[in-house]
Design a protein around this ligand. Structure first.
Ligand SMILES: [Zn+2]
Length: 112
């Protein structure tokens, strides 16, 4: 795996974790239907699973949009490595961007 593969992997880890957690929770809720006193929770299982899919897609959409812009040659690029920059973050020493590729902090005044 090269550094670009790792960049995509790092960007998709949070959405993958959300999807795994909500899938496991949906399975547990579905199994709770076998117990009579927990049967009401079994009805929530499909909604928890669908909510997890929606939340994971929402979490993955921001970095994927930035990667799509970066691959088209649009958007902000890291002056160190040329990778795509993330959203503007208000930091202690002023606004900055986090590079998705090298994880470096790039001051906003260097790229705007
Ligand atoms: Zn970089």
């Amino acid at each position: 795996m090269d550094r670009l593969d790792w960049m995509y992997m790092r960007a998709l880890v949070p959405s993958g974790l959300v999807l795994a957690f909500t899938s496991a929770l949906a399975l547990v809720l579905k199994q709770a239907g076998t117990f009579p006193f927990l049967a009401t929770f079994a009805g929530f299982a499909p909604w928890v699973f669908l909510g997890g899919i929606g939340l994971a897609a929402l979490l993955a959409s921001e970095p994927m949009y930035r990667f799509w812009q970066w691959e088209r040659g649009e958007g902000l690029r890291c002056p160190k490595c040329g990778g795509p920059l993330g959203a503007l973050i208000d930091g202690r020493y002023g606004p900055y961007h986090k590079c998705h590729c090298c994880s470096g902090n790039i001051a906003a005044r260097r790229v705007h």
